[in-house]
Design a binder for this molecule. Structure first.
Ligand code: C2O
Length: 563
């Protein structure tokens, strides 16, 4: 196994799109940032140098971090951010995972531009599918002209009016025309006739699931979140923030130029007024000239911007590829959670009493089982857990189920008019959940109509989980467990919980530490749709988390306790 070593300098720079020069936060002058190329079993060493006026951490999204929770990079959960002018070294192994993962900043909204791909190749260089001629990362993102730290501040204050200017493909806006009528640069995928390409999709967007198509071509989906899937054919890829997907595309169309299109899938009304976020790119066959070698053929026909059903059916296709026996679904369940994803209302400015029915006195927050995660900046939860000083900062009583059952997916619950007039009062708190080493945990996530019918891409740090089933409407424990796939479920770290529907997962809590669990829609995180799981140390040193590295950031000392 090799050591893959990089230096990441996070800094500000100006980039111009659509005639506007915008200050952006990037790594090493690149957007998307540098790609990490590793082989299964390698060790990654990244020296992070922070030249921003803000604190920053980098999270290695989907990397298991087995017994290396200190390197997980979740701001205020596993470490305090690296201060302006400061640095830290992340060191961790990538083992037992093959495919596409990614890295991103994990404080405020910085991940919109501080992100990049992690490509993990198999040790023997062999895939369970035809070897591609080339692999090509396709990073779906968004171009924001608003300062990302300011965006976070506005979200925290309950202001969610802001939109990105455009969707992006590998940092390119697509063929939108600028002020002088010159089209923006598009992402171009150069192909040779008959060859197979492995497209590595990553959705880094803050807010939206995306539909992706290439005119005249179909795809074979072969992996997601660095786990192989039973291959299936589709003419469209659907991907939510936080997810990755590995997809084969054969250049089997008559040589020419073909549009590729990514369109954000927005939930149905009341969000009808949102304009379609789109980015277009091009597939160009060798020998075909882009200018007058032939005008691009048709753009692909995309599903309706508000139609969430194509996403639901697409996700119904996923099963895991016959996996090694260590990947058996645990037959028993030690801890069973039913978690509603909803909204609530709290008093502004930390006041105890306020007129909960009045918008100028309340803030709308997101909840899991009616608890809204409190984003504190005093300490990292992990550090407090191992210091034995967690008390006062968090409690270990995250509820097993919502405080009261109701009809979660009743569309009449969708708030019409001012939210604060319909939302339940809730509290901001850090209520985490403790699991014994090696316990088997089942969670059913239930999206609720209350959440203006958003779907929720739920992401768990430090673990991969089996996705047993998904469904629409309210989860019915009697009927729906019959749909659970114990035979060949997909294995993921991020799962899209359909709008007004549910998803059931199961995993073994075998990685000691403090692990963030949250929706990967940025404004849902900011609003509090998050919690954390403590996994206890096992009985031996080999099953326990080693002490933190010497340069680990503690808040207020060598770390930074300001967002
Ligand atoms: Cu991709 Cu907690 O993050």
């Amino acid at each position: 196994a090799a050591i893959v070593e990089h230096t990441f300098v996070v800094h500000e720079m100006n980039m111009t799109h659509l005639c506007n020069s915008t200050k952006v936060y990037v790594v090493n002058g690149q957007l998307p940032g540098p790609q990490l190329d590793v082989v299964d079993g390698d060790t990654v060493v990244v020296h992070l140098v922070n030249e921003l006026p803000h604190g920053v951490t980098i999270h290695w999204h989907g990397v298991r971090q087995l017994r290396s929770c200190w390197a997980d990079g979740a701001g205020y959960v596993t470490e305090c951010p690296v201060a302006p002018g400061g640095n830290r070294t992340y060191r961790f192994d990538v083992s037992g995972q093959v495919g596409t993962l990614w890295w991103h900043a994990h404080v405020t909204c910085l991940r919109a531009s501080v992100h990049g791909a992690i490509v993990v190749r198999p040790k023997d260089g062999r895939y369970p599918f035809p070897t591609p001629a080339r692999d090509v990362p396709i990073v779906i993102g968004e171009w924001w002209t608003l300062d990302l730290v300011e965006l976070d501040r506005r979200n925290l204050d309950g202001n969610f009016e802001d939109d990105p200017l455009s969707a992006t493909l590998n940092g390119k806006l697509g063929d939108l025309s600028n002020c002088s009528g010159v089209p923006e640069e598009s992402f171009v995928l150069d192909v040779e006739p008959g060859k197979t390409y492995l497209l590595r999709f990553i959705n880094t967007a803050l807010f939206s699931e995306y539909f992706f198509k290439v005119a005249g071509h179909t795809f074979t989906v072969v992996g997601a979140d660095a786990n192989y899937l039973t291959p299936f054919r589709t003419d469209m890829v659907t991907i939510s923030p936080g997810e990755t997907m590995d997809v084969l595309m054969v250049a089997d169309a008559p040589p020419g130029l073909y549009h590729m299109t990514a369109v954000a899938n927005q939930p149905p009304p009341p969000d009808l007024q949102i304009r379609a976020l789109t980015s277009r790119g091009l597939v160009r066959y060798a020998g075909v000239r882009a200018d007058n070698g032939g005008a691009p053929v048709l753009a692909p026909l995309m599903p309706g911007q508000h139609d969430t059903m194509p996403s639901y059916y697409f996700r119904g296709n996923f099963t895991g590829l016959a996996f090694p026996s260590r990947h058996r679904v645990p037959a028993h369940v030690d801890e069973r959670l039913f978690v509603t994803l909803g909204l609530g209302s709290i008093c502004r400015g930390g006041k105890k009493d306020c007129k909960l029915r009045r918008s100028n006195e309340t803030i709308t927050v997101a909840t899991m089982n009616n608890v809204s995660f409190h984003h504190q900046t005093a300490a990292s939860l992990l550090e407090r857990h191992y210091d034995g000083t967690g008390e006062g900062l968090y409690t270990e009583d995250f509820p097993d189920r919502p405080p009261r059952p109701y009809n979660y997916t009743n569309m009449d619950l969708i708030p019409v008019g001012p939210l604060e007039e319909v939302l339940e009062p809730t509290t901001k708190a850090i209520r985490v959940r403790r699991f014994k080493y090696n316990s088997s945990v089942e969670i059913v996530f239930q999206s609720t109509a209350l959440l203006q019918s958003d779907p929720n891409p739920m992401h768990l740090h430090g673990h991969d989980f089996f996705v047993l089933a998904q469904g629409l409407g309210n989860f019915d424990p009697k009927k729906d467990v019959k749909k659970f796939n114990y035979h060949n479920p997909q294995i993921r770290n991020t799962v899209h919980v359909p709008r007004v529907g549910w998803t059931a997962i199961r995993f073994i809590a075998d990685n000691p530490g403090m692990w963030y669990l949250h929706c990967h829609f940025e404004f849902h995180i900011v609003m509090g749709m998050a919690t954390a799981f403590i996994v206890e140390d096992g009985p031996t040193p080999e099953t326990s988390l080693p002490p933190p590295p010497a340069d680990f950031k503690r808040c207020g000392t060598n770390g930074f306790s300001k967002p």
